[in-house]
Design a protein around this ligand. Structure first.
Ligand SMILES: C[S@@+](CC[C@H](N)C(=O)[O-])C[C@H]1O[C@@H](n2cnc3c(N)ncnc32)[C@H](O)[C@@H]1O
Length: 179
């Protein structure tokens, strides 16, 4: 889509119904939430990434990458060192599940995700990784606006049976769903 589009400034999952909604303009490029280059570069120094499984040919962060046409979810990530900035909609749970499973099978996966600590995917998968919460908010793509959500890095190190971080999950018993 060309031009800019208006998106809600806050995450609907955590929005208080009483809060007055406000909107922030993001370009169509930003609505893809491309990783800020400085963040990728710093992480790349530490991890030396070999695969970007969620990309277009234009925004891929690694020469070895998968696009929507390839469907990175269905590919074998083998023992790659993966930088994953997934789709932020309902699909995110499937991507986090894939990242976790790939790490169990020998990949190292660094995930850049919205810090949505109240969601099912966070409790099921993110809490089983090493979490680095980002201070401040990222400016995605070319945007001069900060994102309307905080971000975190979730790192799944290669190997089976990695212990969970020092977190635990708490929910009303009748609210616990299996996933
Ligand atoms: C949040 S963007 C990340 C872009 C880039 N990798 C980066 O870090 O800047 C997610 C990308 O995944 C792509 N994508 C969507 N479905 C996909 C799929 N099934 N397999 C691989 N990539 C997909 C989108 O087109 C989008 O460019």
């Amino acid at each position: 889509m060309a031009g800019s589009r208006r998106i809600p400034a806050r995450n609907a999952e955590t929005e208080s119904p009483k809060r007055k909604p406000h909107v922030v303009h993001f370009s169509s490029q930003t609505s893809e939430w491309p990783t800020p280059q400085w963040l990728f570069d710093e992480l790349n120094e530490e991890f030396n990434f070999t695969l970007d499984p969620c990309s277009t040919d234009e925004n891929a962060k690694c020469s070895h990458h998968f696009t929507r046409q390839d469907n990175g979810l269905l590919k074998n990530w083998r023992r790659e060192i993966v930088f994953m900035n997934p789709l932020y909609g309902r699909e995110i749970g499937a991507w986090m599940g894939k990242a976790f499973d790939a790490a169990q099978n020998g990949a190292t996966v660094v995930c850049l995700v919205p810090s949505r600590t109240d969601t099912q995917w966070w409790h099921t998968h993110a809490m089983r990784g090493e979490v680095r919460f980002l201070r401040g908010r990222l400016k995605f793509g070319n945007s001069s606006n900060s994102a309307p959500f905080p971000s975190a890095l979730v790192i799944f190190r290669a190997g089976p049976g990695r212990p969970a971080g020092p977190f635990s999950s708490f929910a009303r018993r009748d609210h616990i769903r299996t996933a």
